[in-house]
Every structure is written in structure tokens, then in C-alpha cells.
Design a protein around this ligand. Structure first.
Ligand SMILES: [Zn+2]
Length: 179
């Protein structure tokens, strides 16, 4: 983001112009006009440079250029840490960190590639070492009847309980099998 681009965008932005015209802040925050109040906490490090405002070493970007600035910062799909590091020496505006996080969360590419969210590692189910140490069960409807299927993971043996024998419900099926 160049200073010139920021200066051009700033020309069409009332809040930004109000900021540039501000010469010193009053004693208390409540005395600051609404548009400028959000700059209160950084007033000590505000400066002007070639028709743009700066906050410390960062160009204050007018809101009408914020979307494009975020897109530039995220051009290579950097993560939050990378984007923050880059912005610390380049750009800022009130609410910048929140906007940055929101923008990153909305990037479909990062979401799809899982860059911004670390995936939970797969944890394989341990193999059983003796019969009925571990079973799997499912409950389903078929032809208007209810069934519970229980399989022994050790051998693969399958038992199916239907409602005809009173074991359509999984709890009854387990009772019938294990007691
Ligand atoms: Zn991305």
C-alpha cells in the first residue's frame, strides 16, 4: 500500500479529513468529536506525512481502502502472525486487529486448506485382543421394522436383533447379548 494511494483515498473520506485537520486533542476523551474519538488512545504517536496520517511507523489507511489493504496483506494467504508482523511496519486503522481476524476467518481458501485452523489429529481405535473386548453397534429401520446390529470387532461376528424378538431397541439388544 503506497502513501499516494492512501492519500488519494483519504481525499474522499470525511473522517480522515477530520483527523488530518485535528490540531491537538482536548483534555478529556468526551470532549473529542465523535469521528476522531477512536484515535484518542494513539494520540501521542499520530503524525502527518505527505497528506496521510501515520500512527507510529504505520500509515493510517482510510476505511474506503481497508478491504484492499487486507487483501494485499493476505495475498499469499499468510496466517494471522505473518499478517500482523507485516502490518506492524506498514498499515493501521482503528479496529484494525479485529478487521484482520475477521478477514482471515472469512478466507475460503484458508478455510478449505485448513491453514488458519489446525486439524485435530486422527486417533485410531485400538485393535481388540480377545472376543467381545470391543463391539460396534448400529440401530436402523428396514421394511417398517426396527433392528439393532451388534458386531464383535475381534472376529467380525455380527448379531442382528429385530423388533420381532423384542430387541429392536439397542438397550434390550445389548441386554439379550451380554446377559
Ligand atoms: Zn487465505
Amino acid at each position: 500500500m503506497t502513501v499516494t494511494a492512501a492519500a488519494i483515498a483519504a481525499e474522499h473520506h470525511n473522517e480522515y479529513q477530520a483527523l488530518l485537520q485535528t490540531k491537538g486533542f482536548p483534555e478529556t476523551k468526551t470532549e473529542v468529536s465523535g469521528m476522531i474519538r477512536q484515535y484518542w488512545s494513539v494520540q501521542e504517536i499520530l503524525h502527518e506525512y505527505e497528506s496521510v496520517a501515520t500512527m507510529d511507523l504505520r500509515i493510517i489507511i482510510p476505511r474506503n481502502l481497508s478491504r484492499q489493504t487486507l487483501e494485499n496483506l493476505h495475498a499469499a494467504h499468510q496466517d494471522l502472525t505473518g499478517m500482523r508482523a507485516r502490518s506492524k511496519l506498514s498499515v493501521w486503522w482503528p479496529g484494525f486487529n479485529k478487521d484482520l481476524e475477521r478477514f482471515l476467518a472469512s478466507c475460503m481458501h484458508c478455510r478449505y486448506m485448513g491453514k488458519s485452523q489446525s486439524r485435530e489429529p486422527l486417533s485410531p481405535t485400538p485393535c481388540p485382543t480377545y472376543p467381545f473386548e470391543s463391539v460396534v453397534a448400529d440401530h436402523f429401520d428396514y421394511g417398517g421394522h426396527q433392528y439393532t446390529a451388534i458386531a464383535n470387532r475381534f472376529s467380525g461376528w455380527l448379531e442382528v436383533f429385530g423388533d420381532g424378538c423384542g430387541a429392536g431397541n439397542p438397550v434390550q439388544a445389548c441386554k439379550d447379548l451380554f446377559t
